[in-house]
Design a protein around this ligand. Structure first.
Ligand SMILES: Cc1ncc(COP(=O)(O)O)c(C=O)c1O
Length: 286
């Protein structure tokens, strides 16, 4: 990835209803979102100038905001149009979009009902999340919390704190990413992507009851069903991984990415992973 800092680039960002110069899109240090994690965001990709599943992403941004007790002061249609305005303003055809909404500076304590809700959308070119053909995962230090402990279905900034810490630790150990268990000790997901396994010609993936039911996850399940591959959404315990033949991550950023290793468990990049990678690649550009 580029070492150009994200706050010091040429380009245009949509912020609170207006296209502004990239470097002018600043927020104050006394911003509620910065101190208390009151922020929600999306990650989207455009392929050939078209944002894949834009409506679903915008819907999730609004759902996440609602779960965080925030009301986005724009319509979903305005956000969708703004995404395309940002792509056009930056001449991006194949790229990544980052809509974000956060609480402003009007209150600086836990309560924040009267803060302004700010919204920005940035976009940049971002070819591949991982460079290797197949990646390796270590076991995450932290577990995904239960739905009683956090708004687990929101794509909320605060939920990424344990992802960053887990990923840092695994990267230090030489892995590409971390696989997280949930609060029950069941396999959950990676730090920014959902996980699938292949065993006996069928797909197995954890039930998304305490983590994001990703848009790519749902897309891949539909693609698999269309290809006649049985999908088992079920509880997966870590000791089952030694019996799995293939593994891959799915997400907007990672797309469909084969996993060669999780801890001491090794997987092949097999037929089913390849088929779904191909089918997903074709769908996003269709
Ligand atoms: C923690 C986490 N899980 C799963 C996903 C996959 O979601 P999607 O396929 O909607 O990008 C993401 C990416 O947004 C994520 O950050």
């Amino acid at each position: 990835m580029s070492i150009l800092p994200f706050d010091d680039r040429d380009g245009t960002i949509w912020m609170n209803g207006q296209l502004k110069s990239w470097r002018d899109c600043k927020t104050h240090v006394l911003t509620h979102g910065l101190h208390y994690g009151s922020s929600v965001f999306e990650g989207e990709r455009s392929y050939g100038g078209k944002v894949f599943k834009l409506e679903e992403h915008t819907q999730r941004l609004f759902d996440s905001a609602k779960l965080m007790d925030m009301k986005i002061p724009f319509s979903q249609q305005e956000i969708n149009e703004a995404c395309y305005r940002v792509l056009e303003a930056n001449n991006i055809v194949d790229g990544y979009l980052r809509p974000v909404a956060w609480r402003g500076s009007e209150m600086m304590a836990v309560s924040a009902q009267n803060t302004k809700i700010h919204v920005a959308i940035a976009a940049w070119s971002w070819p591949a999340y991982f460079k290797n053909e197949a990646i390796s995962l270590g076991w995450a230090k932290y577990r995904r919390p239960s739905a009683e402990s956090a708004p687990v279905h929101a794509k909320a900034a605060g939920l990424y704190m344990i992802c960053t810490l887990s990923k840092h630790e695994c990267e230090t150990q030489g892995f590409d990413d971390a696989l997280m268990l949930d609060y029950r000790g069941q396999v959950a997901e990676a730090t920014g992507a959902n996980v699938f396994f292949v065993k006996g010609g069928e797909l197995h993936t954890p039930i998304a009851d305490c983590f994001l039911n990703g848009i790519t996850r749902r897309t891949v399940i539909d693609l698999a069903k269309g290809l006649g591959i049985k999908v088992n959404e079920r509880v997966i315990m870590p000791d089952e991984l030694s019996d799995m033949q293939e593994c891959f991550l799915v997400g907007t950023a990672v797309e469909v990415k084969p996993v060669a290793r999780i801890g001491d468990n090794h997987f092949q990049v097999g037929d089913i992973s390849n088929k779904l990678m191909e089918a997903y690649g074709a769908l996003v550009r269709s």
